[in-house]
Design a protein. Structure first.
Length: 279
């Protein structure tokens, strides 16, 4: 009902829960509307000139107390299951550190050291219109306000932990298709995780008001085959940014042409939790 297409088990569970609760809300609203129409039609002064003197009905009072309780319990059970899924972190295959700055993101790969013996790291900023046009001319989609100069790259069907913090004010690292949304707080470390089931490019934005350029802090995560990720991270570790860019441009053209498919399910990592039902 309007949410972005989910590509992780958490996002699938969020979408399922959202749609299910919406149906419950609609059913309740329709039921109340019908009751109001019945009351207006049957109990107006013309149809019912002598009003009843009934003051209460025990069965009705029990029903309108007990039934809402059952509805709330029915909503609470899948809600708690979803929270458990979101905040039970399976063993990661890859860890990324995201730091919010005014007004860009710094992404680092702590497990992968470059030739200078420091983690692979880059700053992600929004592309300007001329930079977007250069990519579009190459056949690479570059949506306005979402395309970035340095995409986060992760392998498909691998568990990724994202450690999130900020250097100045509160930001928020959000990728709707992953079901990931977590505050970036200065002096504190928060975290989220995802396991993308499909290749492609997935966008998000800072979701916490952080100043005048809050609207211009996009995030782009490129999900690729493991072999492509290994090739890209090797180029980044060698500090060969040109080769890394060429690798991503080639895979971006493949993604744009639709030459990707959902990855086969791999064996869960140790500690992997069961997914909530998808839609």
């Amino acid at each position: 009902m309007g949410l972005q297409t989910p590509v992780t088990e958490v996002a699938e569970a969020i979408n399922w829960f959202h749609d299910t609760v919406n149906l419950v809300i609609i059913a309740i609203a329709v039921f109340v509307l019908i009751l109001m129409i019945v009351v207006v039609v049957r109990f107006n002064e013309k149809s019912n000139p002598v009003p009843t003197k009934t003051s209460h009905n025990s069965m009705l009072e029990v029903a309108w107390t007990f039934i809402p309780v059952l509805i709330l319990v029915g909503i609470a059970i899948p809600s708690f299951k979803l929270l458990f899924l979101q905040y039970t972190y399976p063993t990661p295959d890859l860890t990324i550190k995201a730091t919010g700055n005014q007004w860009n993101w710094t992404h680092a790969y702590p497990d992968h050291l470059a030739s200078n013996n420091r983690p692979v790291e880059f700053v992600t900023t929004m592309l300007q219109d001329d930079e977007r046009k250069a990519l579009i001319d190459k056949g690479i989609p570059a949506p306005r306000l979402l395309a970035v100069n340095n995409e986060v790259v992760v392998p498909v069907n691998k568990t990724v932990h994202v450690i999130v913090t900020a250097s100045d004010v509160i930001h928020n690292w959000t990728i709707p298709s992953f079901g990931s949304k977590v505050d970036a707080v200065p002096g504190r470390t928060t975290a989220t995780w995802f396991r993308a089931k499909k290749e492609g490019i997935f966008y998000g934005q800072c979701s916490e008001l952080c100043g005048k350029d809050h609207a211009f802090m996009p995030i782009a995560v490129r999900v690729v085959k493991e072999s492509v990720f290994n090739e890209w991270i090797a180029a980044m570790k060698a500090r060969d940014r040109n080769k890394a860019r060429q690798i991503l441009e080639a895979v971006a053209k493949e993604h744009a042409a639709g030459k990707v498919s959902a990855a086969p399910e791999a064996a869960p990592s140790a500690g992997q939790v069961a997914a909530a039902p998808a839609r």
